[in-house]
Design a protein around this ligand. Structure first.
Ligand code: AMP
Length: 419
């Protein structure tokens, strides 16, 4: 067997960590300012938690993507393919419905889906997820959309495009699904296999297909927005009005649908040009019936998830990552046996305030300087018999080549001044 990461999974290498931290810092700041608090849930749950939330007419495409297994006690468990179900399970389990509404919860971490792997589509990937629970007003939908936009801006992205639409109330959805069945049934044979399956279970999802053959069939057909009843239409208009008020740029997308069938009314996505065909950075919507169907109180909710890998890809495109320098300010080189423990002790002391590294065995000056250089150190500090006599370190600035002797007692202050 080959020692390599499983297809569709990635290591986050040391040099990539700063970008991840920057993303999460932006999330924490933006969502925290809006009163959202962080909730972490386990990576796996009883399978029913996800099966139930995916819905009766569960899209087989979604079901097949789940990593489900039996543990040693014979329990059926699933690695989370999305955040919402687990977050709501925790919300109900901990009685959070007694907290003042709205309850705003954000989460971040890995998700697992057995997908066809391509750029921007992986089997282990990460999301940041937000839920706003307890508000049915359009104001909450607009706040959710604004927060997604604002969070992406805070990550340093300037080319984000928000798309907003509506899948309507359950009756509107049913009418639209009936319309699609009527129109598409005669054209079944021309649809992709996945779309034929969706046509049977949840026709609206055919609109989500990226297959070219499906696009041709769908051309000219009406979109969910054409089937909105009065209440859903008024709700959408109100959401759009708030977004205009708050200067959140958006386009109306008449054909927007969400993957799972618990969504109703508002649906939205954030897109980005320049990260390949998988251009959605995030998406969300309103899901008023879901908490009740999971055994909780009848609370409305709206939320979104954004894909961290895609956001990082976009951050790289815009060179939005402000990586702090990843190098020691000082690399100490012992020139003789006695100096090995001396420089180690010195490093331990200086690390209270500075990044200091050292060689672990005596080096000659040439090799020692090369070691320091390979680590990108700002200064190399040599210590041997002559430095010991004056209790000093001989410092060399590796950029300019300039040399100075600094007394050990003064070293901490010296580093303070140069860092
Ligand atoms: P979803 O949970 O499917 O609504 O996806 C929300 C966001 O997560 C998408 O807009 C993507 O940015 C990201 N995403 C979804 N699936 C994947 C995947 N397989 N690999 C990487 N990112 C993904």
């Amino acid at each position: 067997m080959k020692w390599q990461a499983v297809k569709g999974t990635h290591d986050v290498l040391p040099e990539q960590q700063a970008a991840w931290r920057q993303l999460l810092a932006a999330v924490e700041l933006e969502l925290g300012r809006a009163g959202a608090r962080e909730l972490s849930t386990p990576v796996f749950e009883y399978s029913e938690v996800f099966e139930k939330s995916v819905g009766e007419s569960a899209d087989l495409v979604v079901q097949k993507e789940m990593y489900t297994f039996e543990d040693r006690g014979g329990r059926r468990l699933t690695l989370r393919p999305e955040f919402t179900a687990g977050v709501l399970r925790a919300f109900i389990e901990h009685g959070m419905h007694t907290l003042p509404t709205p309850v705003k919860l954000w989460s971040a971490g890995p998700l697992f889906r057995a997908e066809n792997v391509q750029r921007g589509r992986y089997r282990q990937f990460h999301q940041v997820n937000l839920e706003i629970i307890g508000l049915s007003q359009a104001l909450a939908d607009a706040e959710a959309i604004d927060l997604l936009y604002r969070t992406l801006r805070a990550c340093g992205l300037t080319r984000v495009r928000m798309r907003v639409g509506s899948v309507g109330d359950p009756d509107d959805r049913a009418a639209y699904n009936a319309y699609l069945r009527r129109e598409l049934e005669p054209l079944r044979a021309r649809l992709s296999e996945a779309s034929r399956e969706r046509l049977r279970l949840n026709p609206m999802r055919v609109l989500d297909s990226k297959a070219e053959q499906d696009a041709a069939v769908l051309e000219g057909l009406k979109r969910p927005i054409d089937f909105l009843g009065g209440a859903a239409r008024a709700h959408l208009d109100e959401v759009l009005e708030r977004l205009r008020d708050w200067d959140v740029p958006f386009e109306i997308d008449p054909g927007i649908v969400r993957g799972l069938d618990y969504y109703r009314r508002t649906a939205f996505e954030a897109h980005y040009e320049g990260i390949g065909s998988q251009s959605a950075l995030g998406g969300g919507g309103r899901y008023d019936g879901l908490i009740e169907s999971l055994g909780g109180p009848p609370l409305p909710a709206v939320g979104w998830a954004m894909g961290s890998e895609r956001v990082l890809d976009a951050m790289e495109q815009e060179q939005a990552v402000a990586a702090p320098p990843d190098r020691p300010v000082l690399f100490l080189v012992p020139l003789d046996e006695d100096a090995v423990n001396e420089v180690a002790a010195l490093a331990v002391r200086l690390r209270r305030a500075h990044r200091v590294e050292h060689a672990y065995a005596p080096r000659n000056p040439g090799k020692g300087l090369r070691d320091a250089d390979r680590r990108g150190a700002v200064y190399a500090g040599l210590r041997g018999a002559s430095e010991r006599a004056g209790d000093e370190v001989q410092l060399k600035h590796l950029g300019s080549g300039e040399q100075t002797r600094v007394r050990v007692a003064e070293l901490e202050r010296f580093l303070q001044e140069v860092s």
